[in-house]
Design a protein around this ligand. Structure first.
Ligand code: FE
Length: 256
């Protein structure tokens, strides 16, 4: 069941939590998102081939596929963008992704020249118009990919945070907001320690997003953080997180 994270009658943010079945598909649970405004739409991190059919069907309630202006990709991993070829055929959408990945993305397509529909987001981010909404691509480099963006919606005040904030839980748990932050840390900590690159970038990110008016932080795996208090708890946790190269030592660099 799609979850409407925000709906004021004109602007809608929808999350899809259950298009991947962890048991059936032997794949990590992941979330897909639609932003629809005035018959225009953008999909954030639409996922791989196993989510394509259901997502295409489910999004029609909010925006027809000919109204899909953009696919916004936080980075270039398979659970983010492996379905790209199908979206290119089914719609006229443009793909926006870090300029570091635009030359890699064509490997997800069938070989047809889509270069006029794949655009690079500069390192400093950009404004993306979807209908009357001015989405912001917010830098989140090295969290976890070298060229990595999050997407901030100033109408709903939702930050779609990509892999930052990801938790490894079942899809029925993922569809519900986090209620007990300290307990929720158990489902985030292992992933963040390995997949996030260093505390230096965690601190840079925390400082940057404290300047945004955020009501919800919605990661691409697992459950979301709702309300300013819960979002602040998460931002403070990231601020102090030791991860990636902070923790690596020779035990990981030993010839087998
Ligand atoms: Fe990833």
């Amino acid at each position: 069941m799609p979850v409407e994270l925000y709906n004021d009658g004109k602007h809608v943010c929808v999350a899809f939590y259950d298009l991947v079945d962890e048991e059936r598909d032997h794949a990590v649970q992941c979330n897909q998102f639609l932003i629809a405004n005035s018959k225009h739409g953008a999909l954030i991190d639409p996922g791989g081939n196993m989510t394509y059919n259901d997502l295409l069907m489910a999004m029609q309630k909010y925006v027809p596929s000919r109204g899909l202006d953009f696919i916004l990709a936080s980075h270039a991993d398979p659970d983010i963008l492996a379905s790209l070829n199908k979206w290119m055929v089914a719609s006229h959408c443009k793909v926006l992704i870090s300029k570091l990945w635009t030359r890699f993305v064509p490997h997800f397509t069938s070989g047809k020249d889509y270069s006029d529909r794949i655009a690079g987001i500069p390192d400093t981010g950009m404004i993306i118009p979807v209908g009357d909404c001015q989405l912001k691509a917010v830098p989140a480099h090295f969290l976890h990919s070298e060229g990595n963006f999050q997407f901030y919606d100033p109408i709903s005040k939702i930050l779609f945070s990509g892999d930052l904030g990801a938790s490894l839980v079942d899809h029925d748990v993922a569809a519900l907001p986090v209620t007990d932050f300290d307990r929720h840390v158990d489902s985030m900590i292992g992933f963040h320690r390995r997949y996030m690159i260093s505390n230096k970038v965690c601190r840079l990110w925390a400082r940057m997003v404290r300047g945004l008016d955020i009501e919800m932080i919605v990661p691409q795996h697992g459950a979301r953080f709702e309300g300013k208090a819960m979002c602040n708890q998460f931002i403070n946790w990231i601020d102090g997180l030791q991860c990636g190269v902070d923790l690596v030592d020779e035990s990981l660099y030993t010839v087998p």
